[in-house]
Every structure is written in C-alpha cells, then in structure tokens.
Design a binder for this molecule. Structure first.
Ligand SMILES: [Ca+2]
Ligand SMILES: [Ca+2]
Length: 301
C-alpha cells in the first residue's frame, strides 16, 4: 500500500491508496477529514483480491472511525468493485490483509471530503475522546473524561474514550486497578474497559474487563491503549488505574541501573517511585513498610 497522495484542489482534494500484487502482508491506514466534513470512498481502475468465503484470506476491511474496533462498514474481496462508502465520522480506517497464496491484481481506492449534512436534527460530529498518558507513572481515572461524560449524558449517547499510553523505548507498561466499579457488571455490551497493545484492532486486544474486577495487566511493549465504553444506562461506571513503566532486566544484568529500583521480580522501575504511596512493583516491594519508614499510630484500647 502506498501512502495516501493528495491531488486536486485543497478543499475537495482527492487522496488515494493503491495496493498492488502484495502477498503475506497486513497494511493499516487511517484517513481524516477536516472539521465539518465526511469522507467518501470509492474504488476505481481495478479491484481484484483473492476470492474466498467470508473474505477469509485476502481482504480489505473498512471501518467508520479512528480505530480497529470502530464500526465495520465492509470487508471486501474477490473480483467485484465494492460500493461507494460514505463515513458518518471524520475518519476511515482501512486494513488490507493478504496471505501467502494466490495474489489478485490489487485495487485503487480514492477518498474525497464531502461536507457533513447540517440540516436540523443532525448532531455535530463529536471530537474524539482521547487522553494521552506518558511518564514513569500515571494515574488513569474515569474522571479524566468527566466533561465528556456530561456531554454524552446530555446527548444521550455512549461515552467512548481512549487513553493512549506511551513510555520510553525498551520499557513496558503495567496497569494495576485500584478501583473498578462498572454500573452494569457483566453487561458486556453496556460497559467495559478494553486494553489493547500498540494497535487497536480486535486481534491486538489484550484484555476485556466487563465484570466486577480488573486484574493487573502487563503489556509487552512501550505503547498501549485503554478504551472505556459506557452506554447511558452505565454512565456512572468508574475506575482508577495506576500505570507504571517497568523494565525487564536484560540477560546477565544482575541489578537494575542507576536511578532505578529493583522490584525483585526481574523487573525495574524508576527510583523516584520508591515509597511514593503507590504500589508500582507487582509485589509492592517499593512500598515496604520497613523501608519506607511509615509511622504507625497506635490506639490505646
Ligand atoms: Ca492470497
Ligand atoms: Ca511506589
């Protein structure tokens, strides 16, 4: 897949994506319309992908939104041109997948921005609810998106927010839940917290929490995504998670580096997290009472 190329006038410019005879590959791309605009996608010149039942082997997947879990608009393969597609959001998400056998000729898809209908009754496009998180430690709380919750309640729509977590290269992400209270536990369509790896399609989903507990998750690289979804009837769902950047001790590394604390489970955390009142090490050694010199108050009986 080649990168989208712009041509024509700025306002109604066309961009296109071309996939040739590729095999054994997965390519994802996302495109965004300007504010107040939608995207129209149509197919020109050629469309020929290996045909299979349910487009199992080679396919082009198109979703209406920014993420791999956004609303599916179509999954296409075979010799027939897909229909023209118009988004309801400002985004289209495309994934082309091909296996190692049988190649088609590929396709050419063209997208154009079109004005979003503004006649009465059409609500404005909501801004995506995204919170960026970084650092050696961070608290992720449902209250981070309190304004968006108020807005969703007012409009009677679901709250759907994403925390994008990035830590230093070579580090991993650990998420520990200090509280997890869904308003509708076990109603997995009404409320959930999903944890994704660096990508957001369903195959990269690491955890789906929709019950009454959420256990600790460790992601294998330095980027992760956490999605919080709550329908109006579950709008009072809440949670608080602690994000800690952790580093695996490399082979032969006997102790953690300077400015790090050894969690004694083959991982290291930033030394600044020692005795800060938050259990950053999986076994909480960083908050050990004797080391942190916690003063106790005794009550006479
Ligand atoms: Ca194939
Ligand atoms: Ca700590």
């Amino acid at each position: 897949m080649v990168a989208p190329k712009g041509k024509g006038t700025a306002r109604y410019r066309e961009s296109y994506v071309v996939v040739g005879k590729w095999h054994n590959s997965v390519v994802e791309t996302q495109t965004r319309a300007d504010k107040g605009m939608l995207l129209k996608l149509d197919f020109r010149d050629k469309f020929k992908l290996e045909d299979s039942p349910n487009c199992h082997f080679d396919f082009l997947e198109v979703r209406d939104g920014q993420h791999g879990y956004s609303n599916l608009l179509g999954n296409f393969c075979g010799p027939n041109f897909p229909p023209e597609i118009t988004s309801k959001t400002r985004y289209l998400w495309l994934r082309f997948h091909s296996d190692e056998n049988i190649e088609g000729d590929g396709f050419k898809a063209v997208w154009t921005m079109i004005p979003r209908p503004t006649h009465p009754g059409v609500p404005p496009e909501p801004e995506p609810c995204i919170v960026n998180v970084t650092g050696m430690q961070a608290i992720i709380h449902s209250n981070d998106v309190k304004d968006r919750k108020t807005l969703a309640e007012k409009e009677g729509v679901a709250l759907d927010c994403m925390w994008v977590i990035r830590v230093e290269d070579g580090w991993k992400i650990q998420l520990t839940f200090d509280s997890f209270k869904l308003q509708r536990p076990n109603e997995c369509d009404a409320n959930f917290v999903d944890i994704f790896k660096d990508r957001t399609d369903m195959s990269a989903r690491e955890k789906n929490f929709c019950g009454s507990i959420a256990d600790t998750v460790v992601l294998s690289n330095n980027i992760a995504h956490m999605r919080f979804y709550a329908e109006p009837k579950a709008a009072n769902s809440s949670f608080e998670a602690l994000m800690t950047a952790i580093r695996d001790k490399e082979g032969g590394e006997k102790s953690c580096r300077e400015n790090e604390y050894d969690c004694e489970d083959a991982t290291c955390i930033a030394a600044e997290l020692l005795c800060n009142g938050k259990g950053n090490c999986r076994f909480r050694w960083d908050e050990d009472d004797t080391m942190c010199n916690v003063s106790f108050s005794f009550v006479e009986i």
